[in-house]
Design a protein around this ligand. Structure first.
Ligand SMILES: Nc1nc2c(ncn2[C@@H]2O[C@H](COP(=O)(O)OP(=O)(O)O)[C@@H](O)[C@H]2O)c(=O)[nH]1
Ligand SMILES: [Mg+2]
Length: 405
C-alpha cells in the first residue's frame, strides 16, 4: 500500500495544506466583548488552549487554528477595535483566503459600536454577499438582581424586532438589542445578516444554562455561514468539553481535509495523499508512544486486508461522498477524488487508532480493525448527510477516481 512506503510529508506541509482549505471565521469586536469565549464554546477547546493557540497574524489580528497540526477551521481574532483607527485591509486579506464569515461581537449594553459598523460597511461594499452574524453578549448585565435567563430562548434572530411576540424582556434589554440592530439597517450588500443575543457565563456566575444562546449561534452559523464552516464545526457542535478522544478525532479530520486539499488545489498542495496519510500514521503512533517499524506497518496493512479500500469504498458510493468536501467551485472530477482522499484518510486514521490501542493491550483482531475501517467510511458518509451540507448538483456527476490509499 502506497501509504506505508511513501515518504511522510513534513508537519509544516500538512498544516499548510489543511490551512489552504480551512474556512476562516473572522471575529470582530472590542476587547472583552466575548470573542474568545465564542471560539471556546464553538470548538470545545479550553481557555488555556485558546490562549496559547493564537499567534500574531496581521498587525491588528491573531489567528487561532484548530487543530494546530492540521487546521480544520481558523478563527481570525481582531484586536484593538475601539481604540486607534482600525484598518481592516490586512485582516480582510486573510479572511478572503478561504471561505469566510464574520461574527461581530458586542456587549448588548454597549451602544458605542461605530468602528464595527464602519468596518462591516467597508467589507460589504467590497463583498456584498459576505455573511455577517452579530453576537450580542453579556445579556445579564441588563438583568435586575435575581433575574434569570428567559427559557425557552425567546429571541427572534432574523426578523427586525429583537423578540417574537410581546415577550417581556429583562430591564432595558429590548431597547438595547433593538438599538444595536438598527445600527446595521443601512449596511450595503445583500448577504445574510443575523443577530444572536447570548450570554456565555462562568461556572460561578450562577446563570443557567452557562452557554445561553449557543444553540442559536450554531443554528445561525449553519444558515448564514458557508457550507465549509458547517463541515468544520460539525464535530465540535455536540459537546463543549475537550477530551483526548475528541482531540484525536479532530486531528484525523484535519489530516483528512489536508489530504483532500491535494486533489482540490494542486497548486497550493505540497504533499500528495499518501505522504499526508503516512504523516498521520506517524503522528498517531507518537500519540500512542509507538514508532512504526516496517514490521508494525506490515501488520497494520495486513490487518486491513488486501484490497480493503476498493472493497469498502465501492460499497458506499464514492460519488455520494463528494458532498463531504467543504469547498465549492471545484470541478466534479476533482471533488470526487478529494472526497475519496478525505474518506480514506479519515478511515485510515480511525483504523490506525484502533489498531494501536489493540497492540497496547497485546491484542490482534484483524476483523475488528476492518470493521472500524468500514464504520469510519460510513461515518464520513453520514457526516455529510447529517450536517446538511448543501447539495452540489455537479458533484453527483463526478467520475470516480480509484481509491487513494
Ligand atoms: N456574562 C458574560 N460574560 C462573558 C460573555 N462572553 C465573555 N464573557 C466574559 O467576559 C470576559 C472577556 O471575554 P473574552 O471572551 O475573553 O473577550 P475577548 O477579549 O473579546 O476575547 C471574560 O471574563 C469572559 O468570561 C457573555 O456572553 N456573558
Ligand atoms: Mg480574546
Amino acid at each position: 500500500m502506497a501509504t506505508f512506503t511513501a515518504e511522510a510529508a513534513s508537519e509544516d506541509d500538512v498544516a499548510h495544506q489543511a490551512r489552504s482549505v480551512a474556512p476562516v471565521i473572522w471575529l470582530l469586536g472590542k476587547i472583552q466583548s466575548g470573542k474568545s469565549s465564542i471560539v471556546r464554546a464553538l470548538t470545545g477547546a479550553s481557555g488555556a488552549e485558546i490562549g496559547s493557540g493564537f499567534r500574531a497574524c496581521t498587525k491588528s489580528a491573531d489567528i487561532y487554528e484548530l487543530p494546530p497540526e492540521a487546521p480544520l477551521i481558523r478563527f481570525l481574532d481582531t484586536r484593538g477595535i475601539g481604540e486607534a483607527a482600525y484598518d481592516s485591509t490586512d485582516d480582510l486579506a486573510v479572511a478572503e483566503g478561504a471561505s469566510h464569515c464574520t461574527i461581530a461581537v458586542m456587549r448588548a449594553m454597549d451602544s458605542q459600536q461605530d468602528r464595527i459598523v464602519e468596518t462591516l460597511t467597508r467589507v460589504r461594499k467590497r463583498f456584498p454577499h459576505w455573511p455577517i452574524l452579530i453576537a450580542q453578549t453579556h445579556l445579564h448585565e441588563a438583568y435586575a438582581p435575581g433575574e434569570v435567563h428567559i427559557q425557552p430562548y425567546p429571541y427572534a434572530t432574523d426578523d427586525t424586532s429583537p423578540t417574537s411576540a410581546d415577550q417581556p424582556l429583562p430591564g432595558d434589554l429590548r431597547r438595547a438589542l433593538g438599538y444595536q440592530r438598527q445600527l446595521f439597517d443601512k449596511l450595503p450588500g445583500n448577504g445574510p445578516i443575523a443577530f444572536v443575543p447570548l450570554d456565555f457565563t462562568q461556572e460561578g456566575d450562577g446563570y443557567e444554562p452557562r452557554l445561553y444562546g449557543l444553540e442559536e449561534l450554531q443554528r445561525q452559523l449553519i444558515i448564514v455561514g458557508p457550507a465549509a464552516l458547517n463541515a468544520a464545526l460539525a464535530d465540535s457542535a455536540e459537546g463543549t468539553t475537550s477530551t483526548d478522544n475528541a482531540d484525536i478525532h479532530r486531528l484525523i479530520v484535519g489530516y483528512a481535509a489536508a489530504a483532500s486539499a491535494a486533489d482540490l488545489i494542486p497548486v497550493a498542495a505540497v504533499a500528495a495523499v499518501p505522504a499526508v496519510q503516512a504523516r498521520l500514521l506517524q503522528t498517531l503512533g507518537q500519540r500512542h508512544g509507538l514508532s512504526w517499524t516496517r514490521q508494525t506497518a506490515l501488520e497494520f496493512a495486513g490487518a486491513l486486508g488486501a484490497g480493503f479500500v476498493a472493497r469498502y469504498a465501492a460499497g458506499f458510493g464514492i460519488r455520494q461522498l463528494t458532498k463531504l468536501i467543504p469547498l465549492y467551485g471545484q470541478t466534479a472530477g476533482a471533488a470526487a477524488a478529494a472526497a475519496t482522499s478525505f474518506a480514506t484518510t479519515y478511515a485510515l486514521g480511525k483504523a490506525a487508532v484502533y489498531f494501536l490501542d489493540q497492540r497496547h493491550q497485546g491484542d490482534t483482531d484483524n476483523a475488528a480493525v476492518q470493521k472500524v475501517w468500514a464504520d469510519a467510511l460510513r461515518e464520513a458518509f453520514d457526516l455529510a448527510k447529517v450536517r446538511g451540507l448543501s447539495d452540489n448538483e455537479t458533484t453527483d456527476r463526478g467520475n470516480d477516481k480509484g481509491p487513494a490509499a
